[in-house]
Design a protein around this ligand. Sequence first.
Ligand SMILES: [Zn+2]
Length: 305
Amino acid sequence: MAVRSPNVFAGSHLDRAAPLRRDSAALARALADPASRIIPVHQGRSVVRFEGKKASAVALSGEQVAATSWLPEDVDAVPLLGLADGIAHFALDLSHLEEDEVRRLAPGDFVELRTIGAVLDREEAALLAYARGLLHWHSRHGFCGVCGGETVSRQGGHVRHCPHCGADHFPRTDPAVIMLVTDGDRCLLGHQNAWPEKMYSTLAGFVEPGESLEEAVAREVREEAGIEVDAVDYHSSQPWPFPASIMLGFVARARTTEIHRHDEELADARWFRRAELADSSTCPVRLSNPASIARRLIEDWIAES
Ligand SMILES: [Zn+2]
């Protein structure tokens, strides 16, 4: 199968520069370099500037950050994202500062990244997602899962080391499967209680330990809609650091078609014909966020006709 164009939040050309992570002296020089870009995240929110319908990322310069009183002394506490055109990019969690203080440093709007992916440039969407995901992991792994001791950031922020028991902890990404279930010219979409009215999307769920991706797809469809599937084909994937997932997209062929909902989260599930979803003026429901892989799965399937 040909490689599909990347989903939103993927497709960055950033060089992750893994060897640089181990070179503390080079990291310190890069962090102090006025040309470096430091991506701030404040309490899970990204900082962007809107111009018309587009948004762009707001970054701090190495110079700006060096002039502050709160920059961590340990260079590994400011995760290195990588190099873009030779310019170092870092992520910096400013959650300890008041919003006004962050705003003075980085004038812009504080946003939930997942809601604005479609209006950002691809590179910037991916960069902000990476920064958000890595900083979220740091924020939840201050203590060792083995011995409970306090951990420290190492290797440019890509390891948390426990000096008490010696364990190293690595950034986590939780795999979730998301699937468009099809039956000829129909596809299955569901509506969750927590979603806006009339919003329908693909089914999805987390992969459990000891389970293949194909098994996770079949189980989720069975659990949520009572449908059995007999062919599961990989489509594409999407980083979804909200807070820590990667969405693995599949198209699954239904072997049974009678819906039996078992999942309490799912308020409704229905079959929709391709033609009724294809025309936005007559589409009976709202489809999900245009930046989501769910939407991409639906639109690619519509486009197959
Ligand atoms: Zn430990």
